[in-house]
Design a protein around this ligand. Structure first.
Ligand code: NAD
Length: 448
């Protein structure tokens, strides 16, 4: 299959911008056709409501496709740049070239969006693609496989279903780029394997994204936006606020506001609510139940094993060394830690997280924290929404990943910038050629 993809790429068909635009349009139509199936699969895998599925999986993808179709001609245009005077007479320009045959490996938590979103970039940039959805969300993986098989020839885009062994054997093949979304642990394995063949990688990883609330914040509004971002997809979101660090004097006001808003979002028992998602599998469910022992449960704490649902839970009296603070939570458990002075915060956040959220109206606090904490991206006075705009590159830094995508960055991520300097033939300044005798002084004057 990969040999066929290579042959197809070498035929030059995917280089044509018209072909790429048509492929994006066909993909958009296919998703529209398969929408009901996708929603059904997301319900089966994660218990997602139709609203959440549309909001965070399907709607975002339509937006990305529309954006790419609207801008692709501009992105692919040759970009002229300046040339230093020493190279006179020349012109310089950059051509955006497809990378070739790419591999996309996706996780289970937004199994549709995180598989198809990088694919849009790969198509826009003129590549062929092998796509490996997560085996932990099998219903969605199957729908993606059927949809793509019906829509594209396998020598152009092909979906491979399977687990770790399948991914490992895919990694034995030579690709021109690997786009991986998943855990930091597996990301390191992928990078190691890719290094053996010098294959470039984009790593979209996770981590513990902190959320700071200071005394100047609009607390009821902060509680609403935090609860939404945290408990969306039952906390199984790479950019979910992992934990809160709030100023000690506002802790009570904040937790009271969280309680109020959680009751308002999921009245009664959230585990009974049809719209509230479930935990992906028993292993994760049990892991999360254990993490609830890391502090005192102030809100929620109900876990229903038969439904694999855990109610929105807020933990207080959590120490920095407890297990809930050692690993990415990836579930509906929200520990609330406190600080007294702002300079304690950078010491609590040790690894560059994927996201960072601050609720504050103090310009000074905002400046201090944005300056002193490394992180991939984030929001001031909101959570999560920085990833829903095609104008902001989305990606991590350090432990939370390498490279970024969304909007034009998705196109850039799967393109190579081929740099060309074109020399005029009507003049040939002899200075650079040997013999060098008596030329050094002149060279220095040019290059000082
Ligand atoms: P994971 O790393 O376990 O799996 C991701 C993919 O890698 C899957 O397709 C899986 O089949 C494959 N895989 C797993 N183990 C492998 C191995 N040993 N060798 C080769 N391939 C292997 O991640 P997950 O549990 O599916 O997803 C959760 C993680 O992903 C969290 O850490 C989360 O923060 C992160 N994530 C990041 C983003 C982002 O955009 N940065 C988005 C979603 C999730």
């Amino acid at each position: 299959m990969l040999r066929e993809q290579r042959k197809f790429f070498q035929s030059g068909v995917t280089r044509q911008v018209a072909f790429r635009l048509a492929a994006l349009a066909i993909l958009q139509k296919a998703i529209k056709r398969w929408e009901a199936e996708i929603i059904r699969a997301l319900k089966k895998d994660l218990g997602k409501s139709e609203f959440e599925s549309y909001e965070t999986e399907i709607g975002l993808i339509y937006e990305e496709i529309r954006f790419a179709r609207r801008h692709l001609r501009g992105w692919t245009r040759i970009k002229r740049v300046k040339t230093p005077l020493v190279q006179f007479p020349s012109r310089s320009y950059i051509r955006k070239e497809p990378l070739g045959n790419v591999l996309i490996i996706a996780p289970w938590n937004y199994p549709f969006q995180l598989t198809v979103s990088p694919l849009i970039g790969a198509i826009a940039a003129g590549n062929t693609a092998v796509v490996k959805p997560s085996e932990l969300s099998p219903a969605t993986a199957e729908v993606i496989e059927k949809m793509i098989a019906e829509t594209f020839e396998p020598h152009y885009i092909h979906v491979v279903l399977g687990g770790i062994r399948t991914t490992q054997s895919l990694l034995e093949q030579k690709f021109d780029h690997i786009f991986f979304t998943g855990s930091t642990r597996v990301g390191a394995l992928i990078a190691q394997k890719a290094a053996q063949t010098l294959t470039p990688v984009t790593l979209e990883l996770g981590g513990k994204s902190p959320c700071i609330v200071d005394e100047t914040a609009d607390i009821p509004l902060a509680a609403r936006r935090i609860a939404w971002g945290k408990f969306l997809n039952a906390g199984q979101t790479c950019v979910a606020p992992d934990y809160i660090i709030c100023q000690e004097k506002v802790q009570k006001t904040l937790t009271d506001a969280l309680k109020k808003v959680i009751d308002e979002f999921w009245p009664g028992d959230a585990t009974e609510n049809e719209d509230y998602p479930k935990i992906i599998n028993t292993q994760h469910f049990e892991r999360l139940v254990r993490l609830m022992e890391s502090g005192n449960i102030l809100i929620g704490g109900k876990a229903d094993e038969s439904k694999r649902k855990i109610s929105p839970t807020v933990l207080v009296d959590v120490s920095k060394d407890s297990s809930v603070m050692q690993e990415e939570i990836f579930g509906p458990i929200l520990p609330v830690l406190t600080y007294r002075k702002l300079d304690e915060i950078p010491r609590i956040i040790n690894n560059a997280p994927l996201s960072f959220y601050l609720f504050s109206t103090s310009k000074e606090n905002e400046e201090y924290l944005l300056n002193n904490i490394p992180f991939g991206g984030g929001c001031v006075n909101d959570t999560i929404v920085h990833l829903s705009t095609p104008y902001l590159p989305f990606g991590g830094v350090g432990q939370s990943g390498t490279g970024s995508y969304h909007g034009k960055k998705s196109f850039d991520c799967f393109s190579h910038e081929k740099s060309i300097l074109k020399k005029g033939n009507w003049l040939d300044i002899r200075l650079r050629y040997p013999p060098y005798a008596r030329k050094l002084k002149m060279l220095k004057r040019f290059l000082h």
